[in-house]
Design a protein around this ligand. Structure first.
Ligand code: GLN
Length: 192
């Protein structure tokens, strides 16, 4: 099964390693033609403003949007998740996400300076998943999204892993956790 990893900027190799470990063939996506024959696409973490700029420059925003609307499964991590959100709140106010496919408002760098990176268990399918947050966004669902993972109840139980049909979004970095469970779940959705 061929799975693409958007390779414009950011943490590409860690996703490729996990995907290969799980038996997928990986393709680095830089141009619309790289999307041919893919069953799924990962949008990695990095800097969402830079990635959004390159997406537009290479015509990848409309190409990816069309493929996802047509049923391509997509998994956005941190900055990659921000690209998927319909609304993105940042220093410049609220703007539309570059792909605007997921009914969520993302608040960029929501956990502030001191807390801009931290580790904390995510409550995922009833068991703790190692959550690694790096200048993570906060998610506010504004559409009919399914919450698959939350911060601990003592931290307010905010949603950090969301699904809407074939679209999956995490505000933390599962590719750095050593636990392949979330990538495995994503690959299942690419098969169906
Ligand atoms: N803060 C970054 C952004 O807003 C995301 C950080 C990350 O992907 N780890 O794009």
């Amino acid at each position: 099964m061929k799975i693409g990893v958007l390779a414009l900027q950011g943490a590409i190799q860690d996703h490729e390693r996990v995907l290969r470990r799980l038996g997928a063939v990986t393709v680095q996506v830089r141009h619309p033609s790289d999307l041919e024959g893919l069953r799924g696409l990962i949008l990695p973490g990095g800097e969402s403003t830079v990635m959004a700029m390159y997406l537009r420059e290479y015509g990848l925003d409309s190409a990816i949007r069309a493929r996802v609307v047509d049923g391509l499964s997509v998994f956005g991590v941190c900055a990659g998740a921000i690209l998927l959100c319909t609304e993105v709140e940042g220093p410049e106010g609220v703007v539309s996400g570059a792909l605007a496919l997921l009914g969520v408002r993302a608040i960029r760098n929501a956990y502030g300076r001191q807390l801009s990176s931290f580790e904390e268990p995510v409550d995922f399918e009833g068991s703790p998943f190692p959550g690694i947050y790096i200048r993570a966004p906060r998610f506010i669902p504004i559409g009919s999204t399914e919450v698959l993972g939350r911060r601990p109840p003592a931290r307010g139980g905010e949603p950090v892993l969301l699904r809407q049909a074939g679209i999956l979004a995490a505000s933390f970095h599962p590719e750095l956790s050593g636990n392949d469970g979330i990538h495995r779940m994503f690959l299942q959705s690419c098969k169906s």
